[in-house]
Design a protein around this ligand. Structure first.
Ligand SMILES: NC(=O)c1ccc[n+]([C@@H]2O[C@H](COP(=O)([O-])OP(=O)(O)OC[C@H]3O[C@@H](n4cnc5c(N)ncnc54)[C@H](OP(=O)(O)O)[C@@H]3O)[C@@H](O)[C@H]2O)c1
Length: 312
């Protein structure tokens, strides 16, 4: 039986990777911070290992002794994605672990260079650690989560204004995979020894922004006016402008993902869905007919200008 340690086992993606690994019969160790242990489900093949990526390799090593594959689904800044994952990798090396899946789960961030996306840069920097490692890297690329792509942060859907905004001509296919499908594929890939040393691309559905708008109109039963915000050149200029004035990277991060999706540099290549025929990815239409319908809701409280909320 394969033993897999999952770091970030309490997160949105990690918790579902754990669920899928258990369904596939693996022995699963959840690396979990003490304060988060209560978030783990109970299962006879799931064992909590209390630890923190910032504890260092020596403290992490007992957790990975006897493990075949490490899967990381952590989230955070450089102290987690670069330094923390490096400590986990060092521990895995000492324990003789065969493979590690780092916390990428992204657009094809190896399709473009440094300086395009601040979070991709962290992941690429950590990837370099594998050059001198005995642990083989398996990277999983899936495109964008629709849970994020259609949320406020991307400034695409605006339910109040009834608009669907795009940069560029909106005709290039982009890669969209739900969080549950990402987890299902990742569990299958973690248990597939043939993925050692490979970048594995899998996807839920590929469709253009114009096609995505059609899906949104069909699912919501309402019209979404198309707003063309500018060319891709305009998008680059907007990112540069925001980088200069932003108080937080979250003011331009989503646009950094969009430019790489819309100019094609982050497109998935050699999509391997056929290697995992038992994973049946969710179509965008099915997503929007289910939990994705929440994207269409107009926020309940919208204060008009100069109107103060009543104290309750
Ligand atoms: N493609 C896309 O559109 C897209 C969108 C969003 C995210 N992602 C990617 O998906 C991956 C997972 O993201 P997520 O949204 O699932 O993250 P999340 O829900 O925030 O979960 C993060 C996990 O990391 C754990 N963690 C954080 N710091 C840690 C530390 N020092 N030591 C041990 N564990 C630590 C957290 O534990 P606690 O429970 O203790 O906090 C939690 O389990 C990331 O690589 C992210 O970039 C992709």
């Amino acid at each position: 039986m394969t033993t897999v340690l999952v770091a970030g086992a309490t997160g949105s993606v990690g918790s579902l990777i754990v669920k899928n690994l258990l369904e596939r019969g693996a022995d699963v160790r959840a690396l979990v911070r003490g304060s988060s242990k209560h978030k783990l489900p109970t299962h006879p093949r799931l064992t909590p290992y209390v630890g923190d990526l910032t504890d260092g390799a020596a403290a992490l090593q007992p957790h990975v002794n006897g493990v075949d594959v490490v899967v990381s689904a952590v989230q955070g800044g450089p102290e987690i994605i670069i330094d923390g994952q490096r400590e986990l990798l060092r521990a895995a090396e000492r324990a003789g672990v065969h493979r590690m899946i780092p916390s990428d789960f992204s657009i094809n961030l190896y399709g473009y260079g440094y300086g395009v996306n601040v979070l991709s840069d962290l992941r690429r920097t950590f990837t370099d650690e594998f050059d001198s490692s005995t642990v083989a890297r398996t990277s999983v690329s899936i495109g964008a989560f629709p849970e994020y792509l259609l949320a406020d942060v991307h400034e695409i859907l605006d339910p109040m204004a009834g608009t669907f905004s795009i940069w560029g001509d909106g005709t290039r296919p982009i890669d969209i995979t739900t969080i549950p499908d990402t987890a299902a594929y990742t569990a299958a890939i973690a248990l597939d020894p043939g993925t050692a040393g490979r970048e594995v691309h899998v996807v839920g559905q590929q469709l253009s922004m114009l096609e995505l708008r059609n899906e949104v109109e069909t699912a919501s039963g309402r019209r979404w006016n198309l707003v063309r915000k500018g060319t891709l050149r305009d998008l680059r200029a907007e990112i540069a402008r925001r980088q200069f004035t932003a108080s937080s990277m979250f003011e331009y991060l989503a646009l950094q993902y969009q430019i790489a999706m819309f100019d094609g540099t982050a497109s998935l290549r050699d999509v391997r869905n056929a290697d995992y025929p038992d994973v049946l990815p969710t179509s965008v239409a099915a997503y929007l007919a289910g939990s994705g319908a929440a994207h269409f809701a107009v926020p309940e409280t919208n204060w008009r200008q100069n109107e103060w909320p009543t104290a309750v």
